[in-house]
Design a protein around this ligand. Structure first.
Ligand SMILES: N=CN[C@@H](CCC(=O)O)C(=O)O
Ligand SMILES: [Zn+2]
Length: 434
């Protein structure tokens, strides 16, 4: 091959986990059992940030003899996996809720706290009065923390404003983070995260459909905002099925992907609604019915499961095995929010394995290709294949499964995080205890 130049060569990794190798948009149960892995492999990333070659180290070495590389990382003894994708977070807010964690540990339920004016309402009050700069500072440090834990693409929701100005403020903050940090962002408008104090559900629905969405549409058209998805918290005492349908349809009509909270605390028929509307994803699903599972499998509506929430709220975990057996596309998310303060997808994968009985390959596929599918990004993210974005995590361990197995050990295990072929995090304090 003629001499050419590239941004990054990662060579001689003990394992390169491709996840899949045939351009799959997602994996269902059978495809998740044995992920595509190259032993002693290399990955080459071009100046455009895209993967140019991935495969056995000796083949890549001879194929690219004489080529120039801006950067070469010798990954001998280490493993490479695709950058992790976190398909569900609420990272823009002010005011922590550590006091509510104490209440919940003492026995209060999520809805008891919410109905007493705490929970989302507490965060809404603090987020409304925070400045855009304060919110951006908080968001940036949370996203950097996620990046250090291996996340390279993350879904970020608004939803602590519940009125036009604050929802727009949150979406602008997400936009600024997109422009100032290397991490990939999928932005979600979640103005229907709760019914604001002083309004009925019907009034809140009307405000979203007639006031908030049209304004957001104008700002998307003018290029002021980039918004990818629409979300509603479809739950008893929050938004019922009809209001949810009305809001999601209005969002879909303006080109947003439907990606909403459903069947979390009560069976709401959210899964049927998502399938009916062609939703790309429904999150939570702790209370989904068997029929709902069947409907999601048929519609290829992915299930974004959030083991941190079930763990913290001591709920029965979502039925991942039943969903996988029925052919549902299962993805994972951290659900980072003031209730579930977890920025780490490796910890989410561990919880998914232990609490939801997923295998480690299933958990990795759910945190890469399937999470990318939930965000409509699996053409560009979620696996190490030629032409996809060069987002990688290099783990200082001889098998990739250590990242899941060593619960809370990701900070020591992750050696490099790479986005578009650039090192965005280098850990020089790494070590490996076998
Ligand atoms: N369930 C609704 N929304 C969030 C919690 C948000 C909050 O409590 O602030 C969730 O996905 O867990
Ligand atoms: Zn959520």
């Amino acid at each position: 091959m003629s001499a050419s130049s590239f941004r990054l060569l990662v060579k001689n990794a003990t394992q390169v986990v491709l996840v899949c190798r045939n351009g799959e948009e997602y994996l269902t149960r059978d495809g998740m059992q044995t992920l595509a892995v190259v032993e002693n492999g290399s990955v080459l990333i071009g100046h455009d940030g895209l993967i140019k070659a991935v495969g056995p180290a000796d083949i890549i070495e001879s194929q690219f003899k004489g080529a120039k590389f801006d950067n070469v990382l010798d990954a001998s003894g280490m493993c490479v996996i695709p950058g992790l994708v976190d398909a569900h977070t609420h990272p823009v807010w002010a005011g922590d809720r550590v006091h509510e964690f104490a209440m919940k540990l003492a026995g209060a339920t999520y809805m008891e706290v919410h109905e007493a004016g705490g929970g989302i309402h507490f965060t809404v009050a603090h987020t409304r009065s925070a400045t855009e700069r304060q919110l951006l500072d908080g968001l940036q440090s949370r996203l950097e923390r996620m990046m250090r834990a291996g996340t390279t693409l993350v879904e970020c929701k608004s939803g602590y404003g519940l009125e036009l100005d604050t929802e727009l403020k949150m979406l602008r903050v997400i936009n600024s983070a997109r422009n100032s940090l290397p991490i990939g962002i999928s932005a979600t408008y979640c103005g229907a995260h709760a019914v604001p104090k002083g309004k009925t559900m019907e009034e809140a629905t009307q405000d979203i459909v007639a006031v908030q969405l049209p304004k957001i549409k104008t700002q998307i058209a003018s290029g002021e905002l980039q918004v990818d998805n629409i979300d509603v918290f479809c739950e008893k005492g929050v938004f019922d099925l009809n209001s949810t349908r009305c809001i999601l349809k209005a969002g879909k009509d303006m080109g947003l992907n439907i990606n909403f909270h459903g069947d979390e605390l009560h069976p709401m028929n959210s899964a049927h609604l998502g399938a009916e509307l062609g939703a790309l994803a429904i999150s939570h699903l702790e209370e989904v019915t068997d029929d709902g599972i069947t409907a999601m499998a048929k519609a290829k509506t992915s299930a974004v499961l959030l083991p941190t929430t079930a763990y913290i709220l001591r709920l029965s975990p979502p039925r991942a095995r039943d969903m996988l057996d029925a052919g549902v596309i299962v993805a994972l998310g951290s659900d980072f929010n003031p209730n579930a303060y977890c920025c780490s997808m490796p910890m989410v994968m561990h919880l998914a394995c232990v609490l939801m009985k997923m295998s480690m390959p299933e958990a990795l596929a759910a945190s890469t290709i399937n999470a990318a599918y939930a965000l409509n990004r699996s053409q560009t993210h979620g696996s190490l294949e030629i032409g996809k974005q060069g987002d990688l995590v290099i783990i200082n361990a001889p098998r990739w499964e250590h990242l899941v197995y060593q619960f809370g050990g990701h900070q020591e295990l992750i050696r490099y995080v790479i986005i578009k072929g650039e090192i965005v995090y280098e850990n020089d304090k790494f070590y490996y205890h076998g």
